[in-house]
Design a binder for this molecule. Structure first.
Ligand code: UDP
Ligand code: MG
Length: 317
């Protein structure tokens, strides 16, 4: 890998992109922590909050903060579009030489930002933050994410390393490439991995959410996983073909066996059990295959409409 040190070391601008959805209570502590972590390091930065259709006074608070502090900017989306879309809006408008998406609930400690910047100045284009394993997620969520990452990487040609979320530093040139990806179904972690460039990871300890609860529910986690996999690879379609082949071959062998047995032992007692099992298995496999195809057809349907990815109600940048 060819890493070249960046030269314009003192004059860069850093854009933090913070998607927020009903996070009124978190915003002030977040701004405080960022200021403490970055101000004395004389880093030139601004914070772009992307308000993802909040209904709890987040909008008002952002307006107040942005009037009082020129480092604070905001984009108000017209409704709730989901975190990945909110991040997209932030990336589209961030002017920084480096951009860092970060959660407002302080699960991503701003204290690691100077370390990310120094690696970026060393010449890396993307500095990923990987959460350490001993963090406070529920066992259920940890297990789900393990299964998800291994399934995703099994199917996808651009693997995403486990433990790496959206918290990362991205160089401006990579941001330009990310902006070209205009798909409606956005799986940002996958897109970040897809663009490539010189990437490196550093570890951080993920703490608990400071206020409120996670916005993820099991249903959306499941949707997220299916979406992630089907947006990134067509291998699932191939999988249903492979299942079809395997079952056909097994069926053929079973047919030969049945013919052979009939010829040697004569007509057997009708095999109700084996029949019903075969019908159930085949029916299941067929439905799964149709479901997988449906998932992709649905994606095509959404993409051909070519709707804008998000709508901005107002912005202050
Ligand atoms: N978020 C968002 N839109 C949504 C859901 C979440 O902008 O529809 C933001 C949220 O305000 C937070 C970040 O995405 O800043 C991460 O959300 P959360 O903490 O709920 O997710 P988790 O940390 O559990 O993955
Ligand atoms: Mg969180």
């Amino acid at each position: 890998m060819n890493i070249i040190k960046r030269t314009n070391q003192d004059s860069f601008l850093l854009s933090l992109i913070i998607p927020v959805f009903n996070e009124n209570q978190c915003i002030d502590p977040f701004v405080e922590r960022v200021k403490t972590a970055l101000d004395d390091k004389s880093i030139n930065y601004h914070m772009i909050f992307v308000n993802d259709g909040s209904e709890d006074g987040t909008e008002k608070r952002l307006l107040e903060l942005s009037i009082a502090d020129e480092k604070i900017k905001f984009i108000n989306l017209s409704r709730n579009f989901g975190k990945d879309v909110a991040l997209t809006a932030g990336i589209d408008f961030a002017q920084g030489d480096a951009v860092i998406p970060i959660d407002v609930d302080l699960q991503h400690p701003p204290e690691v930002i100077p370390k990310m910047i120094s690696l970026w100045l060393d010449g890396y284009d993307v500095v990923n933050a990987r959460r350490s394993d001993q963090d406070s997620e529920t066992i259920f969520k940890k297990l789900f994410s393990k299964i998800f990452y291994s399934t995703f990487n099994f199917f996808s040609t651009t693997p995403i390393p486990s433990g790496i979320g959206d918290f990362r530093l991205i160089d401006h040139k990579v941001v330009i490439e990310l902006r070209k990806l205009r798909e409606t179904h956005r799986f940002m972690k996958g897109l970040f991995a897809w663009v490539g460039y010189n990437q490196i990871a550093i570890n951080y300890d993920r703490s608990d959410r400071i206020h409120g609860i996670t916005k993820w529910r099991f249903r959306s986690l499941f949707n997220f996983a299916v979406n992630g996999i089907t947006s990134f690879s067509i291998s699932a379609l191939r999988l249903s073909m492979i299942m079809g082949f395997t079952i056909s071959i097994l069926g053929f062998i079973y047919a030969l066996l049945t013919v052979y047995k009939t010829m040697i032992y004569g007509i057997d007692v009708p095999g109700y059990a084996s029949l019903i099992i075969l019908i159930l298995i085949l029916g299941g496999v067929q439905l799964i295959s149709i479901g997988i195809q449906g998932e992709y057809i649905g994606k095509i349907f959404e993409e051909v409409k070519k709707r804008p990815i998000y709508i901005i109600k107002e912005k202050n940048l």
